[in-house]
Design a protein around this ligand. Structure first.
Ligand code: HEC
Length: 200
């Protein structure tokens, strides 16, 4: 084969790959916009707070995606929905304010797209990070003690110290990363309607 022909074949192959991976994807979801909720004047999906966005980075760097996905699969009656992982399926518009969009595919633990709705109490989420077995004795979610600091206790414990018995004169206090991660988990919910994924 002539080198020019081989080069042409390679270029055409690259062009088709680009069309399939980039152009088609852009045409399908590139122009999606948030939907304005007339009642609250807020958007659907809601924009997460800055702390929650920092928490998304912690979520990624701690490797939570190795076991948890962030995408509820439809249609109605699917295994994900019957397990109670969310009120509806996830759609591309849900990820508009989530940069980078963490989707994941591992399901060693439950999908966390709607965990902010399932576990409402931020202290419960914090305790889950420190010691998952405290909330559910059979939990196999790994504890993340390095997200907490062991500080000397003063005459009074700090307001956000954890309700656990630390060694003498010590208290367990959540780090900034732990607080950001909990803010992120709290922000995860699918309880808002979208035109392509209404709530029933
Ligand atoms: C080695 C796998 C693994 C990793 C890594 C992991 N988890 Fe889990 N997680 C699980 C399993 C399995 C469960 C289900 C058991 C339970 O209910 O505690 C779970 C449960 C949970 C739950 C309770 C969900 C519910 O609906 O009740 C939360 C919240 C959670 N994990 C958060 C995290 C976060 C945040 C990280 C990263 C810092 C993380 N997990 C990392 C395996 C994992």
């Amino acid at each position: 084969m002539k080198p020019t022909r081989a080069l042409a074949i390679v270029l055409v192959a690259l062009l088709f790959t680009w069309i399939g991976q980039v152009a088609v994807g852009y045409l399908q979801v590139g122009k999606l916009e948030p939907v304005l909720n007339e009642e609250t004047s807020l958007t659907n999906p809601p924009a997460p707070s800055g702390l929650a966005q920092t928490g998304a980075r912690v979520f990624a760097s701690e490797g939570c995606l190795e076991c948890h996905s962030l995408s509820v699969r439809g249609p109605a009656g699917s295994a994900d929905l019957t397990r109670g992982w969310g009120p509806r399926r996830s759609v591309p518009r849900d990820y508009l304010f989530r940069e980078p969009a963490l989707i994941g595919f591992a399901r060693i633990g439950p999908d966390l797209s709607d965990v902010g709705e399932r576990i409402k109490e931020p202290n419960d989420l914090m305790m889950h990070l420190l010691n998952p077995k405290k909330l559910r004795s059979t939990s196999t979610c790994p504890p993340h003690p390095w997200l907490f600091e062991l500080k000397l206790a003063g005459p009074k414990n700090e307001n956000d110290s954890m309700p656990v018995t630390a060694a003498d004169w010590k208290q367990v206090v959540p780090s900034y990363k732990a607080k950001a991660l909990v803010a992120y988990l709290q922000s995860l919910n699918l309880g808002y309607p979208l035109p392509e994924a209404p709530l029933k």
